[in-house]
Design a protein around this ligand. Structure first.
Ligand SMILES: Cc1ncc(COP(=O)(O)O)c(C=O)c1O
Length: 376
């Protein structure tokens, strides 16, 4: 009899040990996933806020397969199928008319930092404590978390960090040498930290006073996650530059850099071999169509989580849910997985739930029931 392939042993030998994982997922449909033993889970992780339309949404699958049969890649040396429809749609949904497409969030952040430098002629940035913007060198330089940033110091660009929510502190460090202030409208990797009222307006005002660009990292909060296309759209604030990724193409790798009129790369200042390829654009266009239909229901679903988890003071905005659990995070996560609900430990003793936007009321009720049991 053929022996089962021992993927754990092979992985421990050959895959760099940067992740710690126990479950192997092999199939998904809507908000449900199955592991290699056939066990079913309600997926409140969704590939970390990526599988926005649910796993394998038929319209997204069809768009990807149709495009794969026609043209998988052609290079940005040529007009790319679906790219123009996609950027037109993104511009109209976000109000940001200039767009460049990437393969990931961190690449979108790299592009944002380059764009802010070349637009302002300045070199320095300001970002916030507990913020996360990616792991490539530039994005890492504006990412706060010391254990992931400090081993790679010194990094460029130069970045000062201010306590998230502290406008007084921000006003002290932003000056006429600051190219950009990088801000998440809600901090995702930190565990769904919602800033105080007026904070984003204050960041905008501080940027305006200093001729500094406001760079909103909506990689996790955008694409309908909180009930609007951009979380900034809950406020009246308009950023100069916005980055997107994660939910934009339902799990097909894609990111986007968006900017307001007058802020743009010129020929030769930026580029990408794979960014904005035909299959990614097809996946993203189909994703936008699906999200457009389900967007009106996102805040109502978030309210079901808020009500169901009320005993644990959840932080909820649309389908971004954070819960403080301290050092109980890993135990609660393991209990939920055992009972068939996937949630994730974010930073600083916070649990995070970012389920597919298509999660049903019944699935929410079940996830809430299991979480409440896990808290005990
Ligand atoms: C707010 C934010 N910015 C940037 C990134 C980096 O995106 P990626 O992992 O696609 O490079 C992430 C990823 O978690 C994120 O949450």
């Amino acid at each position: 009899m053929k022996e089962a392939f021992d993927y754990r042993a092979v992985e421990s030998q050959h895959y760099m040990p940067v992740f710690s994982r126990t479950i192997k997922l092999v199939r998904g449909e809507g908000a449900k996933v199955w592991d290699d033993t056939g066990k079913q889970y309600i997926d409140c992780v969704a590939g970390i806020a990526v599988c926005s339309t649910g796993h394998c949404h038929p319209e997204v699958v069809k768009a990807i397969c149709d495009q794969c049969r026609t043209l998988i890649h052609c290079s940005n040396l040529y007009y790319v199928p679906h790219q123009s429809e996609l950027v037109e749609r993104l511009a109209s949904l976000t109000g940001m008319p200039r767009i460049f497409l990437t393969n990931s969030g961190t690449e979108a952040m790299e592009a944002a930092l380059k764009l802010a430098r070349i637009t302002t002629g300045r070199k320095r940035f300001v970002a916030f404590t507990h913020g996360f913007h990616g792991r490539t060198m530039g994005a890492l330089a504006v990412t706060h978390k010391p254990p992931i940033r400090e081993p790679f110091d010194p990094l460029q660009p130069e970045c000062a960090f201010v306590e998230y929510g502290d406008l007084k502190g921000l006003r002290k460090v932003v000056n006429r040498e600051t190219a950009g202030v990088v801000v998440e409208p809600i901090q995702g990797e930190a565990g769904v930290i919602i800033p105080p009222d007026g904070f984003l307006e204050g960041v905008r005002e501080c940027c305006d006073r200093n001729g500094t660009l406001m760079i909103a990292d909506e990689i996790q909060t955008g694409m309908g996650r909180t009930g609007r296309w951009l979380t900034l759209q809950h406020t009246g604030v308009e950023a100069d530059i916005v980055t997107l990724a994660k939910g934009i193409a339902s799990g097909f790798p894609m990111g986007a850099l968006l900017s307001r009129e007058g802020i743009t790369f010129k020929k030769g200042e930026h580029g990408s071999t794979f960014g904005g390829g035909p299959v990614a654009c097809a996946a993203a266009l189909a994703t936008l169509q699906v999200i457009e239909r389900i967007l009106p229901d996102v805040e109502r679903k978030g309210a079901l989580f808020r009500k169901g988890l009320a005993d644990h003071n959840p932080r909820v905005m649309g389908l971004m849910i954070g819960l403080a659990a301290g050092d109980r995070c890993p135990t609660i996560q393991a209990y939920c997985a055992d009972k068939g609900v996937l949630i994730n430990c974010a930073a600083d003793g916070n649990l995070r739930l970012v389920p597919p936007l298509v999660i049903s009321d019944e699935e929410i009720r079940k996830a809430v029931e299991v979480l409440n049991e896990a808290f005990g």
